[in-house]
Design a protein around this ligand. Structure first.
Ligand code: ASP
Length: 360
């Protein structure tokens, strides 16, 4: 089997990560343990420390459903011009146009909405929520998504900030003739890459567990910087950049979207939790699957695999229905990978487990 080519050494990081993961703090609320204090838990990528606080408050104080709380939480990141990976100020595509992807998923009704390659609207997650609530469809793309956003009363605006435009012009000036096969993102500073360039990535995923055990989630992004116009990442694809099942848990991904798509990553994380994994184990399991499949893919795209591991970043986030939560990232130095969490103890960053831990 191809997967046996993943060397033993390459997976030593995995066992280390499991050990590190067991030391992670766990959520306090468990519907399975009578008497445990009901709590709302919101988790997100590290850029969402404000988002998780907002999402939790929306559930606890405004009684919003978890999916709407997640959409509300990420709105402040979508509107932040300094986060160049999401919404307003997001880095544009090859043509200098900002195209946004987003999706949300509602556990209790098992429904989802998504938009992809949406231009001119700052809050694609809110448009995705309307797709979920006001249509029988799941995903609208490009001009159709834009028309729908307009019909729904969202305000069209210019999303390209001066800073993002400047970054795009600099990229244009140094652009290689044919760079479409090498979208590496610099996960491992020691990797001996000689091909391609580094491209910024970023996204926010947010999963919310309400005190009654209901779940919801949302992922929103401007996607890979300088992408081919029309390129859709994992973020708006149900099962890839996010997934939730109200009987099990909720999960999402940030990082190389193509890898999360090719593995069905977020769906896999939820299914592993269904099978009994805790959230960190489930995230690590999905990362191992990505690694095995990436090794296979590297037979034609060698730059995807360097120094016995995938040469890109990918992080999963998960919360289980019983209140356990966690995250794991593909590669990094101890302490470098973080995720945001808010519960009764406040909003803070915690450490993601690492599949391939780099020496300090
Ligand atoms: N996953 C996103 C995408 O592929 C980007 C990211 O999370 O950095 O579009």
């Amino acid at each position: 089997m191809e997967s046996s080519r993943v060397t033993r050494r390459s997976f030593l990081g995995a066992s280390g990560a499991v050990l590190a993961a067991s030391a992670l703090p766990r959520g306090a609320f468990s519907p399975l343990q009578p008497g445990a204090e009901a709590d709302c838990i919101a988790i997100s990528s590290a850029n969402g420390i404000g988002a998780v606080a907002t999402a939790r408050a929306a559930v606890m104080e405004r009684k919003l459903r978890p999916v709407s709380a997640a959409v509300l939480g990420v709105a402040e990141v979508e509107a932040d011009p300094n986060d160049t990976s999401v919404g307003y100020g997001g880095l544009p595509n090859e043509d200098g146009i900002v195209q946004l992807d987003a999706a949300c998923m509602d556990g209790p009704r098992h429904n989802a909405g998504a938009v992809a390659s949406l231009e001119g609207y700052m809050h694609p997650a809110q448009v995705a929520e309307r797709v979920m609530d006001r249509t029988d469809h799941v995903l609208l793309v490009g001009p159709g998504a834009k028309r729908f956003a307009h019909e729904q009363g969202f305000r069209e605006e210019n999303l390209l900030t001066e800073a993002s435009h400047k970054a795009w012009r600099e990229w244009q000036a140094t652009r290689k003739e044919d760079d479409r096969l090498w979208p590496l993102n610099g996960a491992d500073p020691d990797a001996p890459w000689t091909l391609g360039e580094t491209r910024p990535w970023g996204t926010i995923h947010c999963s919310v567990l309400a005190p009654n055990g209901d779940l919801g989630c949302c992922t929103t992004t401007s996607g890979l910087a300088w992408k081919i116009p029309g390129r859709v990442g994992d973020s708006p694809l149900i099962g890839c950049g996010l997934y939730c099942d109200n009987g099990v848990g909720s999960a999402g991904a940030t990082g190389r979207g193509e890898a999360a798509i090719l593995t069905g990553g977020s769906w896999l994380v939820v299914e592993r939790m269904r099978a009994g994994d805790d959230p960190v184990e489930a995230c690590l399991h999905a990362l191992r699957r990505v690694a095995e499949q990436t090794l296979r893919a590297s037979s034609w795209q060698p730059a995807l695999w360097a120094k016995d591991k995938p040469a890109f970043g990918l992080t999963f986030y998960a919360v289980r229905k019983d209140g356990l939560y966690g995250s794991a990232t593909m590669v990094g130095r101890r302490g470098s990978g973080k995720f945001a969490v808010a519960n009764a103890r406040g909003a803070r960053l915690e450490e993601s487990a690492i599949l391939y831990e780099l020496p300090a």
